[in-house]
Design a protein around this ligand. Structure first.
Ligand SMILES: Cc1cc2nc3c(=O)[nH]c(=O)nc-3n(C[C@H](O)[C@H](O)[C@H](O)COP(=O)(O)OP(=O)(O)OC[C@H]3O[C@@H](n4cnc5c(N)ncnc54)[C@H](O)[C@@H]3O)c2cc1C
Length: 346
C-alpha cells in the first residue's frame, strides 16, 4: 500500500430525510483542524437522494470539496448500499482520514466500510489529533472502564478512520457564501442486486429524553437513594425548565430509564448548566458531562471527586439543599417575570 496516494480528511455528512445531522457539521470543525495541520483538503461525503442542495451548507462550514452520491436507491440508509457507495469513493479517491458521527447509522457504516476496504477503525473517540511528521492520525477514547485515555493509531492501513460522539466537538462558525467543488459520482447498485428491501418505515413517536440538546440538566446520583429523592431532582428541573439526567447507578437501581443516563455508556452532554446532585464523580460519568459550560455539584462528602470537575460545589445534604434551591429559583424567576422581563432560562 502506497500511503502517499492517500490524501485529504473526509467527513461522512449523514442526512436524514434531507436534513443534515448535527454531528457531521461538528466533525467538519474538527476535520478542518486536522486538514490544516496536514496541509490537505477537507471533504464532505454526502449520500442520499435529492440531497445535492445540502452541499452548500458543508462548504459554509469548512469543506473544500463534497463527494456526492445522489440516487433513489440511497434515499434511506441501508448498510449494503451506503457501504458500497462510501467504499467506492474510498477506493477511487483515497482519503487519508475518514471521520463519522457515532450515530446508529454512522457507527454501522464506519464498521462496514472498515471491512469493505480492509482498514482499522477507532470507535467512540472523544479527542482527535495528528502527528504531522509521520502523518499518523491520533484518535483517543476512554478505555479500561474509563480509567485511562487510549490513543489509537492505524499504522499499516489507509484510510485512518474513527467515529466521534455527537456534541463532543464544537460546531465551526458558518462562513456565509463560502463555496467549493462538488464531485458527483454515479452509483451502480440496483434494487434487484440487494439482499435487503425496505418494506415500511415506522417512526418512533415516543417523546424521548433529549439530553444532548438540553441547555440545563439537573442530574441525580445514587445519593438520591430512591424515587422520593429523585422527585426532588425532578422538582428543581421543572422550575428551571431543565432536562433530568442520572448516573448509571440510578438507572441500574430502576429509579429512572436508561434514556436519562449521562456518561460513557449513556449520553455525552454539553449544557450551559449541569447540576449534579448526589453524584460521586466516577470517570465514566465525568467523560459524559465534563464539557458542560458550568457545573454545580451537591454532595455531602467534601472529598467527593465530582468537586474536582465542578465549577461550584455545595457540600451538604441534597435532601435539604435541593428543596431550598427549587424554592429560591422559583421566587427569583417569578420576580423576573413580574418585573416584565423574560425569565432568563426561557
Ligand atoms: C464500563 C463502565 C461504564 C460505565 N458507564 C457509566 C455511565 O455511562 N454513567 C455513569 O454515571 N456511570 C457509569 N459507570 C459507573 C460508574 O463507575 C459509577 O459506578 C457511577 O457513576 C456511580 O454513580 P453515582 O455517582 O450515582 O453513585 P455513587 O458512586 O454511589 O455516589 C453517590 C454519591 O452521593 C453522595 N451522597 C450520598 N448521600 C447524599 C446526600 N444525602 N446528599 C448529598 N450527597 C449524597 C455520596 O457522597 C456519593 O459521592 C460505568 C462503569 C463501568 C465499569
Amino acid at each position: 500500500m502506497n500511503f502517499d496516494e492517500y490524501r485529504g480528511v473526509w467527513v461522512f455528512n449523514e442526512q436524514r430525510d434531507g436534513e443534515l445531522v448535527d454531528v457531521g457539521i461538528e466533525l467538519l470543525g474538527a476535520g478542518r483542524e486536522l486538514a490544516d495541520k496536514l496541509e490537505t483538503e477537507l471533504c464532505g461525503v454526502l449520500i442520499g437522494h435529492n440531497v445535492s442542495g445540502l452541499a452548500a451548507e458543508l462548504f459554509e462550514h469548512g469543506a473544500d470539496k463534497v463527494f456526492l452520491i445522489d440516487d433513489p436507491i440511497t434515499e434511506q440508509y441501508r448498510t449494503e448500499t451506503y457501504m458500497k457507495a462510501a467504499g467506492d469513493l474510498v477506493r477511487k479517491y483515497k482519503p487519508e482520514i475518514f471521520l463519522y458521527g457515532a450515530t446508529s447509522n454512522g457507527k454501522d457504516l464506519a464498521s462496514a466500510v472498515a471491512t469493505e476496504v480492509m482498514t482499522g477503525l477507532t470507535a467512540d473517540t472523544t479527542l482527535l489529533d495528528v502527528n504531522v511528521e509521520k502523518r499518523l492520525f491520533e484518535a483517543s477514547r476512554p478505555a479500561f472502564g474509563g480509567n485511562i485515555m487510549a490513543t489509537i493509531l492505524c499504522k499499516k492501513h489507509r484510510p485512518q478512520m474513527a467515529t466521534v460522539r455527537p456534541k463532543v466537538m464544537k460546531k465551526p462558525e458558518r462562513q456565509p457564501g463560502r463555496t467549493g467543488e462538488v464531485i458527483e459520482e454515479t452509483f451502480s447498485m440496483r434494487e434487484e442486486d440487494l439482499r435487503t428491501k425496505i418494506i415500511d418505515i415506522v417512526r418512533d413517536t415516543k417523546k424521548g429524553v433529549n439530553l444532548e440538546e438540553a441547555d440545563i440538566i439537573v442530574a441525580a446520583g445514587k445519593g438520591v437513594k430512591d424515587e422520593k429523592g429523585f422527585k426532588l431532582v425532578e422538582d428543581l428541573a421543572a422550575v428551571l425548565n431543565a432536562t433530568v439526567g442520572a448516573s448509571r447507578d440510578v438507572v441500574e437501581a430502576g429509579i429512572c430509564g436508561h434514556d436519562h443516563q449521562v456518561g460513557q455508556t449513556g449520553a455525552t452532554v454539553t449544557p450551559k448548566l449541569y447540576i449534579a446532585a448526589g453524584i460521586s464523580g466516577a470517570i465514566q460519568h465525568i467523560v459524559g458531562m465534563q464539557n458542560s459550560e458550568m457545573i454545580i455539584a451537591i454532595n455531602n462528602d467534601p472529598d467527593a471527586a465530582i468537586f474536582n470537575t465542578a465549577h461550584y460545589g455545595i457540600v451538604g445534604d441534597l435532601f435539604e439543599v435541593l428543596p431550598l434551591l427549587t424554592e429560591e429559583f422559583k421566587k427569583a424567576l417569578q420576580e423576573e417575570t413580574e418585573e416584565g422581563g423574560v425569565p432568563s432560562h426561557a
